[in-house]
Design a binder for this molecule. Structure first.
Ligand SMILES: Nc1ncnc2c1ncn2[C@@H]1O[C@H](COP(=O)(O)OP(=O)(O)O)[C@@H](O)[C@H]1O
Ligand SMILES: [Mg+2]
Length: 238
C-alpha cells in the first residue's frame, strides 16, 4: 500500500443472502482514506455506507477484493488476528452510543484498555483523563441512563479514543445531537485527525458538519461515485 494511505479497499464485493433474495450491497468498491485526514462518506440511505465501514473495521467479511488498513491485509488475516488488530488500531463511534448501561462512565470508557490487558487501576485512570477531555470529568461515576444524549455520545467518543487508535470510524456520530453538542463532537474528531499518523472516517447526513471534512467521498447504490477535496475547509479554525 502507498504509505500515505490509512485505508485502501480494492474492488470489494459484498452481498447478503442467497438465491432469489441475494442482494449485492458493495459493488467493486475501491476506496481510500489518507493518513492525517478527516474523510466524510456521504450518500443516500441504503447505499452501503455502514456495510463499507464494517468491512473496513473488519467486523464484516467480504466476498471478493482486498481490504488494507495501515498496510495490514485484513481480508487475509484470521478472525483472531483481525480482532486483535481492531482492538489496537480502530475506535468506533456509532449513532446509538452502544454504552453498557450497568457500567459507570469511567468503567465504560475503560473497556478498550481492559481488553488490551491493562489493570483496572491503570485503565480507570486513563479513562478518567479522557472523560475530562470531553468535558465529563464530573460524571465519572454516573451510569449512562443518568446522562443526556449529548453526554452519552461524548462518553462513547471517550471510549473510542481512550486507547489512542490510529483509525477512528464514525457512523452518523452527530445525528442524534443538538447543534452545540454536535459541534463539540466534530471539533474533537477534527483535532484527532490533525495527527499525521491517524485518520478519521465519518459517515454522515448532517450538513452542519460538512465543512470539517478534508475530503468527501460520495456513494450511490453500492458504488463510489466520486471523491473531492472540501472547498470550505479553510473556513474552519484548525
Ligand atoms: N446483515 C444484512 N443482511 C441483509 N441485508 C443487509 C444487511 N446489512 C445491510 N443490508 C442491506 O444492505 C443495504 C445497504 O445497507 P447499509 O450499508 O446499512 O446502508 P447505509 O448505511 O448506506 O444506509 C441495504 O439495502 C440493507 O438492507
Ligand atoms: Mg448506515
Amino acid at each position: 500500500m502507498h504509505s500515505t494511505l490509512a485505508v485502501k479497499t480494492t474492488t470489494v464485493n459484498k452481498g447478503f443472502g442467497s438465491g432469489d433474495t441475494r442482494t449485492e450491497v458493495l459493488k467493486a468498491v475501491s476506496f481510500e482514506a489518507r493518513l492525517g485526514e478527516l474523510l466524510m462518506l456521504v450518500g443516500p440511505s441504503g447505499c452501503g455506507k455502514t456495510t463499507l465501514l464494517s468491512v473496513i473495521a473488519g467486523t464484516l467479511g467480504i466476498d471478493r477484493g482486498e481490504v488494507e488498513v495501515f498496510d495490514a491485509p485484513l481480508h487475509r488475516l484470521d478472525k483472531q488476528a483481525v480482532t486483535r488488530f481492531r482492538a489496537t488500531h480502530i475506535g468506533f463511534i456509532f449513532q446509538q452510543y452502544n454504552l453498557i448501561p450497568t457500567l459507570t462512565c469511567v468503567e465504560n470508557v475503560s473497556v478498550p484498555l481492559r481488553i488490551q490487558g491493562h489493570s483496572s487501576t491503570v485503565a480507570e485512570k486513563k479513562a478518567a483523563a479522557m472523560l475530562e477531555r470531553v468535558g465529563l470529568g464530573s460524571r465519572l461515576q454516573h451510569r449512562p441512563g443518568m446522562l443526556s444524549g449529548g453526554q452519552q455520545q461524548r462518553v462513547a467518543i471517550a471510549r473510542a479514543l481512550v486507547h489512542e487508535p490510529r483509525l477512528i470510524i464514525c457512523d452518523e456520530p452527530t445525528a442524534a445531537l443538538d447543534s452545540e453538542n454536535g459541534a463539540k463532537v466534530i471539533s474533537l474528531l477534527r483535532d484527532v485527525a490533525k495527527a499525521p499518523d491517524r485518520c478519521v472516517i465519518i459517515v454522515t447526513h448532517d450538513n452542519r458538519i460538512f465543512s470539517y471534512a478534508d475530503r468527501m467521498t460520495h456513494m450511490e447504490d453500492g458504488r463510489i461515485s466520486h471523491t473531492h477535496d472540501n472547498p470550505t475547509i479553510s473556513l474552519n479554525p484548525r
